[in-house]
Design a protein around this ligand. Structure first.
Ligand SMILES: Cc1cc2nc3c(=O)[nH]c(=O)nc-3n(C[C@H](O)[C@H](O)[C@H](O)COP(=O)(O)OP(=O)(O)OC[C@H]3O[C@@H](n4cnc5c(N)ncnc54)[C@H](O)[C@@H]3O)c2cc1C
Length: 243
């Protein structure tokens, strides 16, 4: 993290930038994690209209096209002292936010997978080839059987994580595992489901291709698939493979 702020007596002076921020082009405020002069991370509220604060939009996305994405640029932005988030500092503060977002994604990915599965299942009963519905062929049933199995396993993982969360016991590593597993599961199901629709699968008539493209963002944001593998790897070995 290179974004930083300096104490200037009656205000803080913020400098740095961050790419890939959802809603950046129109958000009224941004919660920004930055390091102070001692290198400690704090949260600051930056308000649209502050001098030196700009939010250029990221264009040409082929994924999450309905969601606006942009960059946050801080060029000597004066931040009033009351805009610093109280009571929390250090890496644990932003990591706590990531835990919550990743937990939500673990559930959301299941929804995308279920929609792909439902669409493929319905289509397999309607589409007639070689004199019968394609759902009557063993190869198509194999796809559907594997899809519903993987969805069920992911649901159980997310449900168990929810129980642990309610009890205040869910760990960062457990949440990471669920995010990685469930998004990976959903992408694979989207690919299989799309094939079951043949040529129709690539059209906007059905939601599968949209899910497939959006899931390419989901497998990257809130920690990439590979970084989550490293989190689990470190959790089980105690060895850091990040660098
Ligand atoms: C649509 C969208 C919306 C987003 N919204 C937000 C947002 O609102 N707020 C926010 O803060 N961020 C947001 N992000 C950013 C997102 O979290 C990052 O894109 C993501 O963390 C990956 O970082 P990166 O793009 O810099 O990839 P990089 O870090 O450059 O990674 C590139 C590749 O290298 C691999 N890699 C990197 N380091 C290692 C390593 N040590 N070992 C092995 N492999 C490694 C990665 O797994 C990846 O495959 C968003 C991203 C997208 C696409």
């Amino acid at each position: 993290m290179t974004t930083n702020f300096k104490d200037k007596g009656d205000h803080y002076l913020l400098n740095g930038a961050k790419m890939w921020i959802s809603n950046a082009p129109f958000a009224d405020i941004a919660v920004v994690w930055a390091k102070n002069e001692e290198g400690r991370i704090h949260g600051l509220i930056v308000e649209r209209g502050m001098e030196g604060f700009t939010t250029p939009e990221t264009h040409n996305k082929w994924s999450l096209r309905a969601s606006s994405t942009g960059e946050l640029i801080f060029d000597n932005v004066k931040i009033p002292k009351e805009n610093i988030l109280p009571n929390k500092s250090g890496l644990g503060a932003p990591l706590g936010c990531l835990d919550s977002a990743r937990y939500g994604i673990a559930w959301g990915a299941i929804g995308a997978a279920m929609d792909c599965y439902d669409t493929a299942l319905r289509y397999s009963k309607e589409r007639i080839q070689f004199g019968k519905p394609i759902g009557g062929f063993q190869l198509q049933q194999k796809k559907l059987a594997e899809m519903i199995t993987e969805i069920t396993k992911s649901q159980l993982l997310a449900w168990r994580l929810g129980v642990l969360k309610n009890e205040g016991k869910a760990t960062t590593a457990q949440i990471s595992m669920a995010k990685r597993n469930n998004v990976d599961m959903a992408i694979k199901i989207a690919r299989e489901a799309r094939q079951m629709l043949g040529g129709m699968g690539i059209t906007g008539e059905y939601s599968i291709m949209r899910h497939m493209m959006n899931l390419e963002s989901v497998i990257t944001y809130e920690g990439t698939h590979d970084i989550h593998l490293l989190i689990t790897g470190m959790d089980v070995t105690g060895l850091n493979a990040f660098k």
